[in-house]
Design a binder for this molecule. Structure first.
Ligand code: NAD
Length: 294
């Protein structure tokens, strides 16, 4: 049994922490809004009223927070993780943030004799609940091995991809592929509907051929039903497309499809849909096609 402090118990962090409890670990949770902590306690976890209380005697600290400034505040802040963690603790940041911020956090952690991994995840809420996330890990191999028992609980595909920040680079590529795929699936669905084809039958056969993909498998039913409860919020994917477009620019790589996907995600957000699931890109396709529903 490992003592795990888990900070950020939202759509992803909540089920990940619950799975760690179910696997027999001692999990103490902290979240900005208290209701999420209560939900963890109902599943057998413990509650912390502050970061200090959560982190003080933890072996591993997991953070699952929305964006780079959140992780910086929680980890590097005056009352943050590094101010309270014991030497030898390993910090696993599962949030999707800027690679340069992950590198800076790893350096600050090392100065306190704390190990740090950037370990962003893919697979969405469903994989978080199932404990089958794909986890791309950046950092030192020894820290990865120390965290492996915990990573094995929340993930099914866990790959060390390089030094600090590498996990975030791989995750940025992941988000590029996911956004572009959602956009094409959305266009295909609106196209099929406009042609009067049985879309459920169409999706079934498409999923079995070369056009098959996880977005069709996991998101198309919700898209057909116009159910866009998150899931993965448009606001968060907008953040991620900002990360990938600027990281690509830094190394002089052109990502024209990705840049277009970033513009479309930004437009969807500007329309006031930041809290919807990213599959709501379909609404934009309908709008651009003069087929928006009232
Ligand atoms: P979320 O908004 O549902 O959860 C974030 C949680 O962090 C919230 O409960 C919030 O109250 C808490 N929080 C924010 N600031 C805090 C602070 N300073 N101290 C304590 N708690 C704080 O977001 P999510 O969907 O769970 O995503 C979390 C991260 O995982 C993001 O970086 C996201 O990009 C990434 N991610 C999400 C998904 C997905 O499908 N939702 C998939 C893969 C990766």
């Amino acid at each position: 049994m490992t003592k795990i402090a888990f900070i950020g118990l939202g759509i992803m962090g909540g089920p990940m922490a619950a799975n760690l409890v179910a696997a027999g670990h001692d999990v103490i949770g902290f979240n900005r809004s208290r209701g999420k902590v209560d939900a963890l306690v109902e599943r057998g976890g413990r509650a912390a009223g502050s970061i200090r209380e959560a982190v003080g005697d933890a072996d591993v600290v997991v953070t699952m927070l929305p964006d780079s400034p959140d992780v910086e505040a929680v980890v590097l802040g005056d009352d943050g993780v590094l101010a309270s963690a014991r030497p030898g603790t390993v910090l696993v940041d599962a949030s999707t943030i800027r690679p340069d911020v992950s590198v800076r956090i790893a350096e600050a952690a090392r100065a306190k004799d704390v190990g740090a991994l950037d370990a962003p995840v893919s697979g969405g809420e469903a994989a978080a609940i199932e404990g089958t996330l794909s986890i791309m890990v950046g950092g030192e191999s020894a820290d990865m091995e120390a965290a492996r028992p915990l990573l094995d609980v929340v993930g099914a595909t866990i790959v060390h991809v390089g030094p600090a920040g590498s996990g975030q680079i791989v995750k940025a590529a992941n988000q590029l592929i996911v956004a572009g795929t959602i956009q094409l699936v959305a266009e295909a669905i609106v196209f099929l509907e406009a042609q009067g084809v049985d879309t459920e039958a169409a999706v079934k056969v498409l999923a079995g051929g070369l056009a098959g993909n996880r977005i069709l498998d996991r998101k198309s039913a919700g898209m057909l039903a116009r159910q866009f409860a998150p899931g993965f919020r448009v606001d968060l994917h907008h953040k991620d497309l900002g990360i990938v477009t600027s990281a690509a620019r830094e190394v002089g790589v052109a990502i024209p499809m990705g840049a277009l996907a970033a513009q479309l995600m930004g437009a969807l957000r500007a329309e006031g849909h930041g809290d919807l699931d990213h599959s709501a890109l379909l609404l934009l396709v309908e709008q651009l096609s003069g087929r928006a529903r009232g």
